[in-house]
Design a protein around this ligand. Structure first.
Ligand code: NAD
Length: 336
């Protein structure tokens, strides 16, 4: 099977490529623009794998995407490519609209023209908006109510996927996963930010009162759900993935500081993120019952493993945190 993976040099995409090439005899074409978040170092061990090919390019480039479909004839498409950081979408929504919405349409259109067997859109629970402090879970029937430019752009892409299924019967499956963590995550995201700042004995910023709750999942549990969606997902359906552990940002930060062996005095409260969603919690019953998905990582073990990965891979994150990241960090957090 030939698989076109877009955004495969980012955090989840690179974990997915490792995961899928270790499982089956897939042929993977990785199309990635290599934005600040894309890093070929994440894939250096499989560079020469006979079933792997990298193409640097933009999913919004109609001509390039058409050429790739015409030359390689992928049978399955899985779209990870996105601008993915909420805070950056608050600073400047424009690239989120271009890549996440227009780019998805380019991929859907090429998939339609060339007749793929399955198109998987990797989406997020953030499209559902926010839950109140204590009640309920997101199901696939929860209305879309995105609150950030990032989540609005992802929700728009989900709706385009729905339209391509309804209008053209393109076999599209949408997955909506909760917050991922694990190796190769760009350190602007909460867990690697806390680990790497703590390792550097730097302050650890926490938004507002730190009581926002997220539903955390190890990236490989997400990859397992994506593999099932790709192999067995029913066209036109949406599958939520997550439901691991709900924990407040503050509790999570304290857990990581303990694991890294740094004092809680590093915690520094900063002004809350505008439009900050209070709580996310996923009900994953549909993918569990219909596709046989289940979690395999215990949260505490997985956090400890992740902390150890960042300890052992310091050169990776020191390189990633230099340059553009420094500028972004001081723009966003000031002197923290
Ligand atoms: P990431 O920011 O680490 O990686 C994004 C990748 O997409 C990068 O390699 C980047 O170079 C590439 N890219 C960006 N714009 C592109 C373009 N125009 N053309 C081609 N490539 C482009 O993101 P991630 O955390 O790995 O997330 C991957 C996908 O999963 C995203 O669609 C995101 O919305 C979704 N998702 C993420 C999470 C999470 O917790 N990280 C949870 C649910 C869903």
């Amino acid at each position: 099977m030939k698989l076109l993976v877009t955004g495969g040099a980012g955090f989840i995409g690179s974990n997915f490529i490792h995961y899928i090439l270790a499982q089956r005899d897939w042929e993977v074409i990785n199309l990635d623009k290599l934005t600040y978040a894309g890093n070929l170092e994440n894939l250096s061990d499989i560079e020469k794998h006979p079933g792997y090919r990298f193409i640097r390019g933009d999913i919004t480039d109609n001509k390039l995407v058409d050429d790739i479909f015409s030359q390689y004839k992928p049978e399955i498409v899985i779209n990870f490519a996105a601008e993915s950081h909420v805070d950056r979408s608050i600073e400047n929504a424009s690239p989120f609209i271009t890549t996440n919405i227009a780019g998805t349409q380019v991929l859907l259109e090429a998939s339609r023209r060339y007749g793929v067997e399955k198109y998987v859109q990797v989406s997020t629970d953030e499209v559902y908006g926010s839950l109140d402090e204590v009640n309920g879970f997101f199901t696939e029937d929860t209305p879309l109510a995105p609150n950030s430019p990032y989540s609005a752009s992802k929700a728009s892409a989900d709706l385009l996927c729905r339209a391509y299924y309804k209008t053209y019967q393109l076999p599209v499956v949408v997955t909506r996963c909760s917050n991922n963590f694990g190796p190769y995550q760009f350190p602007e995201k909460l867990i690697p930010l806390v680990i790497t700042n703590a390792l550097d004995n730097k302050q650890v910023p926490v938004y507002g009162d730190g009581m926002n709750v997220r539903d955390w999942i190890h990236v490989l549990d997400h990859c397992y759900g994506l593999k099932l969606a790709l192999e067995k997902g029913v066209p036109g359906e949406v599958y939520n993935i997550g439901g691991g552990t709900q924990v407040s940002n503050l509790e999570l930060i304290k857990k990581i500081l303990y694991l890294v062996g740094r004092p809680e005095s590093l915690i520094t409260y900063v002004k809350d993120r505008p439009g900050h969603d209070k709580r996310y919690a996923i009900n994953p019953d549909k993918i569990s019952e219909e596709l046989g998905w289940k979690l395999s990582f215990d949260f505490d073990d997985a956090i400890a493993q992740t902390v150890n990965w960042y300890i052992s891979n310091k050169p990776w994150w020191v390189r990633v945190k230099s340059g553009e990241y420094q500028e972004y960090y001081s723009r966003w957090y000031g002197s923290v």
